[in-house]
Design a protein around this ligand. Sequence first.
Ligand code: FES
Ligand SMILES: [Fe+2]
Length: 320
Amino acid sequence: MSRFPFGTPFGWYPVAWSSEIAAGDVVRRDYFGEALVAFRTLEGEASVLDAYCPHLGAHLGVGGKVEADGIRCPFHGWKFGGDGSCVDVPYAKRKPQNVRARPYPTRETAGLVWAWYHPNGGAPSFEPPSIPEFGAEDWTPDWTRYEWTIRSHPQEISENSIDWPHLTEVHLMEPPPNRSVEFVGHEIQWQTTTSKNVTTLDDEHDDIVITGRNPGLGCSYVRYTGMGDSVILMGMTPVDDEKLHLRFGVIGKRSGRSETEMAEFHQAYSDDMAAAVEQDFPIWENKTYHERPRLCDGDGPVGDYRSWAAQFYVDAETGR
Ligand code: FES
Ligand SMILES: [Fe+2]
């Protein structure tokens, strides 16, 4: 019996940092309780497929090779395109019809490769985020990255975004005086002001404005204004029903600092943010999920959040 009564929500999930998959690379991933293979064609297009070859089941991520616009299986050499269709069988006179490695719709935005997960293979109903600051002039060129695999669920972690009182207790931030949240279609749009001492920068006091977006349950990203202007992205990719892989990336605006000053400042500032994420882990890994929590007037909009989150699950009876 899973700790979480949810199943896996459909949505976009990061499966790799873009720079982890160079042209011609093949990587294996274990997500959504499934085996996946991600690869990049020589032209640069990234694709994600079910790892098990539809022929006799070899793992395409173990010995599979990219060839021009597809991947060739290491077992009998069948070749599959990025959409999973079988495009070549080296030893057959007639190519078998309707053979397909199961494709995961794939996008590449903001320095990440994203896969769309849907339990019934449903098509994407929204898009992963594009973040214009990523790759823009005056911003650090790639994510400063942190990764963890922890025992939790994307819905539990996203709930943190609107859980105002935990900011004080867990993160030692000032109680946020101004905060707002709206649930708009597939997004949560929220904002809060707070302040804290930055432990990695001599405990300097930092007044912060955080403007956040959660597109679905697979990621959240915030624009963070304080000592440094930053964009922080957190990806929450389920490994299985019990665990998820957290990716946490930070880019920062140079704002007149020299390259060396910026490198040093940005690393320290990002390390402090990553340490703040780690403060949540003992709670997330050990809490239970209360279907009917006892709330009070100072809590965030937990009920509204959960009604919003319900849209990302398939109804077991209707299959939709
Ligand atoms: S198992 Fe992949 S080609 Fe035979
Ligand atoms: Fe938190």
